[in-house]
Design a protein around this ligand. Structure first.
Ligand SMILES: NC(=O)c1ccc[n+]([C@@H]2O[C@H](COP(=O)([O-])OP(=O)(O)OC[C@H]3O[C@@H](n4cnc5c(N)ncnc54)[C@H](O)[C@@H]3O)[C@@H](O)[C@H]2O)c1
Length: 339
């Protein structure tokens, strides 16, 4: 494809705004021409600051616009499945943020719709696959660098927001495992060669946000996942770290071990003074994965233009939801659960 890919974005919130800026100013081979949000102020900002000309409050009108080729969906998770299916029905390429859906049946419906529109790209935003260090780790494993990988220990830990702003989204996010650990679940499958998960056990606690008890959620959650063939994964998710955002993954193999993202250091600056020796911390996932968000969107555009094939599939997203849901069930039942 030589012509520019015309893109519309739905959802201009915390992450949508970031994707929109990348599409407007940094991603090659595309033009951000359209935006959709029920919030008028977000559409005004897209027009004023990003030069977007086609503005929609109504998703159906947005997705059926014949003058866009692809849509990027950064909308609340509960809307993902229906919106992806509508986009494919309108013959658009579609990128959707993680998780694909909160239920396995919805993920499978999306997979069926994608098979029926196999000439369209359908991609889920597992951004860590586009992070240089995670990609390096995966390549090293493929080359046999750590022998046979059999254990992944991975965590997604957010800086405590004393205002508890995330509590507004918590009831519809699917809980801490579907919202945060879903990334670690996808990473574990990717690093271990996509084995089938068989059984999980979860336990969690509320360290700060007591309001989560009413919706059966926790602000610190642990989970163990067993896979066919003997591989295991251990996940930790937190919303209450005092120092910064700390995404970290360890992959242990028979001939070595890999560690991605040790600690939360923002850069290589070390400050030594009367208080001791310290480094400043990464504030949030946007800062940690700034480059990966850009590479991810470039990969989507390149795939739509026929210039790249994506290794990441919708089925990967279905399996991440399947495991995430089993972990969430286990948190509630306090028992091991089959996947
Ligand atoms: N990849 C990651 O690391 C990562 C990080 C954060 C969020 N996410 C995912 O991104 C999605 C959005 O999260 P967020 O934190 O930006 O949420 P948000 O609430 O800040 O933004 C949601 C946006 O969707 C818009 N919206 C709501 N209903 C809509 C509709 N019917 N049609 C079009 N737009 C609609 C809202 O106006 C808002 O602009 C979630 O699925 C979340 O899981 C992924």
């Amino acid at each position: 494809m030589t012509s520019t890919l015309r893109i519309g974005i739905a959802g201009l919130g915390r992450l949508g705004r970031r994707h929109a800026e990348n599409l407007a100013f940094r991603v090659r081979g595309c033009q951000l021409v359209s935006a959709c949000s029920p919030v008028a102020a977000e559409l005004d900002a897209a027009q004023r600051e990003l030069g977007v000309t086609r503005l929609h409050a109504d998703f159906d009108a947005f997705v059926r616009d014949p003058d866009i080729d692809a849509v990027v969906l950064v909308t609340p998770t509960a809307l993902h499945a229906e919106q992806v299916i509508a986009a494919l029905a309108a013959a658009k390429h579609v990128f959707v943020e993680k998780p694909l859906a909160l239920g396995v049946a919805d993920c499978e419906r999306v997979e069926r719709a994608a098979r029926a529109h196999a000439d369209r790209v359908a991609m889920v935003g597992f951004v860590r696959r586009f992070d240089a260090s995670y990609a390096h780790a995966r390549a090293h494993i493929e080359q046999g660098g750590i022998g046979r990988p059999f254990l992944v220990r991975s965590q997604t830990c957010d800086l405590l927001d004393p205002s508890g702003a995330f509590l507004k989204f918590a009831p519809t996010s699917g809980g801490i495992y579907m919202d945060c650990s879903v990334h670690d679940i996808d990473l574990a499958r990717w690093m271990l060669g996509s084995p089938r998960a068989t059984r999980v056990f979860a336990s969690g606690t509320i360290a700060v946000h007591d309001e989560l008890a009413a919706i059966g959620d926790v602000d610190n959650g642990l989970a163990i996942v067993e896979f066919d063939g003997g591989a295991r994964a251990v996940f930790y998710a937190s919303r209450t770290f005092a120092h910064g955002h700390e995404t970290q993954t360890e992959v242990i193999g028979t001939a070595g071990k890999l560690l991605v993202g040790a600690g939360a250091a923002r850069d290589r600056l070390q400050i030594a003074d009367a208080h001791g020796v310290r480094q400043l911390a990464v504030a949030d996932f946007v800062e940690r994965f700034a480059d990966a968000f850009l590479h991810e969107m470039q990969a989507f555009v390149d795939a739509c233009r026929g210039e790249q094939r994506l290794a990441l599939t919708l089925n990967d997203a279905t399996e991440a939801t399947r495991i995430g849901q089993a972990i969430t069930r286990s948190l509630k039942s306090a028992m091991p659960e089959s996947v």
